[in-house]
Design a protein around this ligand. Structure first.
Ligand SMILES: Cc1cc2nc3c(=O)[nH]c(=O)nc-3n(C[C@H](O)[C@H](O)[C@H](O)COP(=O)(O)O)c2cc1C
Ligand SMILES: C=C(O[C@@H]1CC(C(=O)O)=C[C@@H](OP(=O)(O)O)[C@H]1O)C(=O)O
Length: 385
């Protein structure tokens, strides 16, 4: 079984993760992880925190001579901003109770978190609910991507809408556009849409507002047979949807043309099955988004995440002081005003880890060599059917 746990506060010393269950002998390139961290930090609409942080991963355990050992892998990312927060985020008892945050910000975990965990200082909620945690999730996902590349599986996320600017039905083979997407300030394939998206973000900034949007992640070369129809919690679409929904700000998830398909006739939606000696079984359309009955069908897996507008607005929303119950304006320290491009990178990592879990589940093995021989035998079997 492949799993990981992470820890860390947004303004604490740093973020850590322990990954367990990766086979031995996977080559790990730390530069690739750092490049993914850089991709996550970029994107039009990010706030001043991103000028402070220069995320870099440190591998603490589980890798030697550039390869996984098969033992738990520990990674860490330092929060450079911690040096500005040592008096607030240290382990000693705080002297000034007046510094407690008592006014929950709408759209954040502040109110529900303070009530649930019985915190008088909302800072205790903010620190872990914050999307700062997505830095370590991206690093974990980047390691998963390096593992998946051995099976030729590739994953790429790109932005398909920001606010009202929508580029949803892009029919391009997005892997041919990887460089373009990575260079785009909004991670959008289309240059005209990019200009409009930037204008949209600028407009929101000017009016003290924030924006959401949507992204698409495409996973290619996934073999037939990951996931299962046998139980709800083994369905690949369900597991991926949970992963994407577990990303801060995401309020809806779509697999393939799920939303559009709900208003179509069956004859207009389902992907007819074809066969050729060269390709084996294949489809000419992919409205199912690569998954049928919770099982990968060999076509590209297509998953979209829909992100709500960033909750912190420079023109603050109304709230209530939890001590005095007086009406107040929500606090604004600093904030991104759009983080959809960053979310599209985090989502790549989330999907990568889930596909890696399923690959480990299906092909087992303690070393990558053992897994690859199981994998090749299965691919040969598929060709014989
Ligand atoms: C990469 C990324 C960056 C984010 N940056 C901010 C931010 O600067 N300000 C903010 O208010 N929300 C930001 N968010 C969104 C909040 O973390 C999120 O809306 C909040 O924790 C509540 O969680 P929920 O939206 O999943 O309900 C960001 C989300 C992501 C994925
Ligand atoms: C730190 C990151 O994003 C943060 C996510 C976030 C939130 O509320 O989710 C709020 C902001 O935190 P701060 O108040 O420290 O500026 C963002 O900068 C990051 O992406 O690495």
């Amino acid at each position: 079984m492949l799993r990981y746990l992470s820890a860390g506060e947004s303004h604490g010393k740093g973020l850590v993760a322990i990954i367990e269950g990766l086979p031995s002998n996977i080559p790990i390139d730390i530069n690739i992880i750092n490049e993914d961290l850089r991709r996550r930090q970029r994107g039009y609409g990010r706030g001043n925190r991103m000028k402070i942080e220069k995320d870099r991963v440190e591998i603490i355990t589980g890798v030697r001579d550039g390869k996984t050992l098969g033992s738990p892998l520990t990674i860490m990312i330092e929060n450079i901003d911690y040096k500005n927060w040592t008096n607030i985020m240290g382990f000693e008892k705080l002297e000034e109770e007046q510094n407690h945050i008592k006014e929950p910000r709408p759209g954040h975990g502040d109110l529900v978190g303070a009530l649930k965990y019985n915190h008088m200082d909302i800072r205790n909620v903010i620190e872990r609910a914050s999307a700062r945690e997505t830095a370590i999730r991206t690093a974990v996902g980047s390691i998963a991507k390096q593992f998946l590349s051995i099976f030729n599986i590739e994953i790429l996320g790109h932005v398909i809408s920001i606010g009202q600017v929508n580029y949803r039905f892009c029919q391009k083979d997005i892997f041919n556009y990887k460089n373009r997407i990575d260079e785009s300030p909004v991670r959008c394939i289309d240059t005209n849409m990019e200009v409009q998206m930037i204008q949209e973000i600028e407009m929101a900034k000017r009016t003290g507002d924030s924006l959401g949007g949507s992204f698409e992640v495409v996973i290619r070369n996934v073999p037939v047979g990951l996931g299962s129809y046998a139980h709800f919690d083994r369905k690949l679409d369900g597991i991926l949807a949970q992963g994407i929904m577990g990303l801060q700000g995401i309020k809806a998830v779509e697999i393939g043309d799920g939303i559009d398909g709900s208003s179509k006739a069956g004859s207009q939606f389902h992907d007819e099955i074809e066969y050729s000696e060269v390709q084996g079984y294949y489809r000419n359309t992919n409205r199912a988004g690569g998954i049928e009955a919770g099982v990968s069908n060999g076509e590209d897996i297509i998953i979209r995440g829909y992100m709500k507008p960033i909750p912190t607005l420079t023109r603050p929303l109304k709230t209530v002081n939890m001590l005095t119950k007086e009406e107040k304006e929500a606090i604004v320290e600093r904030s991104d005003n759009c983080a959809v491009p960053a979310a599209s990178v985090v989502a790549e990592g989330i999907c990568a880890f889930i596909i890696a879990m399923e690959i480990v589940e299906k092909f087992g093995g303690d070393s990558i060599e053992e897994m690859l021989s199981n994998y090749k035998r299965y691919i040969d079997y598929l060709r014989s059917r």
